[in-house]
Design a protein around this ligand. Structure first.
Ligand code: BDR
Ligand code: CA
Length: 313
């Protein structure tokens, strides 16, 4: 099997970090062409730095990391330190990275890669606000039909919102960018809160990371320990949702997930429901189906995959 070529677009974030580790631990299935950082959970200088910390932790200082947009297309940045801590990767102590940040802007890297690689062979995996991807699509519309697929974390239907009563964080931060991406006509797989809220850590699952007896296992356990306090307090849930790794797990083992091909529109003007993903789960309209909207996963299988892969690093 030829590994699938992907660009991860990210705003680490503990769950972003686990997504990156899972991808780098799976070279038979996934070839990471580069990782592009965007402003989101924390401002851009921290998300690009955190991305490099994670690559070094994976033993992969050779991975190309690019800094992208430092603010949404037309709104001030909203961040989520209340979830991820001041650094975005709060939890364990971490040294500053020494691997370089690429000089090229993330958006230019996305455009260049999609133009250079054969059409239909590069998948985009955005797990933060969609600003970098939308900017690339706006600046170079010729790349849009060249994208193989977009597999993103964002939105919600049954779970509604986590940053406002109606909206999920990644979409809320840059709804105009999300609208551009959802309307682009690229095959789209969406991991909304509906599925990620079923990918919950438990004591047993975190203990399995710690039991690896590796630096990666210890870091992931410490990150999830920190990250889970927020959801446990807010939702009274057993643990924390590992949102972003669902995208990478889908690329490796799609059979772990199920969903529906439906129409999803992004609300960009309402004050109350800004950033809502209006998902036609029940097929009420005849609006064109533009996304595979995932609703369920095999959580045991997902955590088994994570444990098996992270143990390789
Ligand atoms: C999303 O928002 C961020 O806080 C997480 O990293 C994830 O991408 C969940 O709403
Ligand atoms: Ca994220």
């Amino acid at each position: 099997m030829t590994p699938r070529k992907i660009i991860i677009d990210t705003d680490p974030g503990q769950d972003d970090a686990v997504a990156i580790l899972l991808a780098l631990a799976s070279p038979a299935e996934i070839a990471v062409l580069g990782i592009t950082a965007v402003a989101g959970n924390v401002p851009l200088p921290l998300t690009e730095k955190n991305t490099r910390i994670v690559c070094e932790l994976a033993g992969r200082p050779d991975v190309k990391v690019f800094a992208g947009c430092d603010a949404p297309l037309s709104r001030p940045l909203v961040t989520a330190e209340h979830v991820h801590g001041k650094t975005g990767l709060d939890g364990p102590q971490m040294a500053d990275p020494t691997m370089p940040l690429q000089d090229q802007h993330a958006v230019d890297f996305i455009i260049q890669t999609l133009r250079e690689e054969p059409a239909g062979t590069v998948t985009l995996v955005p797990v933060g606000p969609l600003t970098n991807i939308a900017t690339a699509f706006q600046r170079a519309p010729d790349i849009i039909p060249r994208v193989q697929e977009i597999v993103l974390m964002g939105g919600a239907y049954f779970e509604v919102g986590n940053i406002t009563p109606a909206a999920e964080f990644n979409i809320y931060v840059d709804p105009e960018a999300a609208k551009i991406v959802f309307d682009a006509g690229v095959p789209l797989v969406v991991m909304p809160l509906d599925v990620t809220h079923k990918a919950l850590t438990t004591k047993t699952r975190i203990d399995a990371f710690r039991a690896m007896g590796t630096k990666v296992g210890d870091m992931v356990a410490a990150w999830t320990d920190f990250f889970e306090r927020f959801d446990m307090e807010k939702y009274g849930s057993e643990g924390a949702p590992l949102h972003d790794p669902c995208t990478i797990a889908y690329l490796i083992q799609p059979q772990l997930f199920s969903g529906r091909q439906i129409n999803v529109e992004i609300e960009t003007s309402s004050e109350l429901t800004l950033g809502m993903t209006v998902a036609d789960w029940w097929g009420i309209t005849d609006r064109p189906k533009n996304a595979l909207f995932i609703g369920d996963l095999d959580a045991e299988g997902f955590y088994a995959l994570l444990a098996e892969r992270l143990a390789r690093l």
